[in-house]
Ligand binder design. Structure first.
Ligand SMILES: NC(=O)c1ccc[n+]([C@@H]2O[C@H](COP(=O)([O-])OP(=O)(O)OC[C@H]3O[C@@H](n4cnc5c(N)ncnc54)[C@H](OP(=O)(O)O)[C@@H]3O)[C@@H](O)[C@H]2O)c1
Length: 167
């Protein structure tokens, strides 16, 4: 993707065995983790795949909800924007001069975004669960720069190593 100042941040929660979802739901409920997600993303655009959008009961408040889909979506709400490519979603955020955007899942979207994102904020919940959707492997292109500890999860922050940065 082209050079720009928009910081593209993946945010996700995974189990110890890297599960992110089961039956189009997140297979745990950890209130403090949801608070962390809300506090981090509030005020910024959140980009999500169509399945993740369908798993929500309503748009995430105080955030521009951007849904990726190749289909013509029946708008559940006027508070959402849909694009048929990541490029268009990113261009929208740039055009509107956002400092950052958060890429919030699910599996298909993370698999794509991990190729160009600048940062990953990854909660690891303290349990192993069965699931059908997983977070991609975080390879040697990423540096772990911070870990925060909470009761039922930890949060790792990774940034892309400079020589691998695409912007
Ligand atoms: N633990 C977490 O942090 C977390 C966060 C979010 C979601 N989840 C979980 O993840 C699971 C959903 O993941 P998923 O892989 O099934 O679905 P997803 O990534 O949410 O959505 C996939 C759909 O989004 C659209 N899409 C994705 N990439 C696109 C692109 N580059 N351009 C245009 N459209 C694109 C396509 O929709 P069309 O088919 O309509 O074209 C695709 O079928 C659920 O279980 C959910 O609960 C977990």
């Amino acid at each position: 993707m082209k050079k720009n100042n928009l910081e593209k941040i993946i945010i996700a929660a995974v189990s110890k065995n890297f599960v992110i979802g089961r039956g189009n739901k997140i297979p745990w409920l950890i209130k403090d983790e949801l608070k962390h997600f809300r506090k981090t993303t509030i005020g910024f655009p959140v980009i999500m795949g169509r399945n993740t959008w369908e798993s929500l009961s309503k748009p995430l408040e105080k955030r521009i909800n951007i849904i990726l889909s190749k289909r013509k979506l029946k708008n559940k709400s006027e508070e959402i924007i849909t694009f048929n490519s990541f490029k268009k979603a990113i261009e929208y955020c740039e055009r509107n001069k956002f400092e950052k955007c958060y890429i919030i899942g699910g599996e298909k979207v993370y698999n794509h975004a991990i190729k160009f994102a600048d940062k990953i904020i990854l909660s690891i919940v303290s349990k192993k669960v069965s699931g059908d959707k997983y977070f991609p492997k975080i390879d040697s292109k990423w540096n772990l720069i911070e870990t925060k500890y909470y009761d039922d999860f930890i949060v790792h922050t990774y940034i892309r190593k400079r020589k691998n940065r695409k912007n």
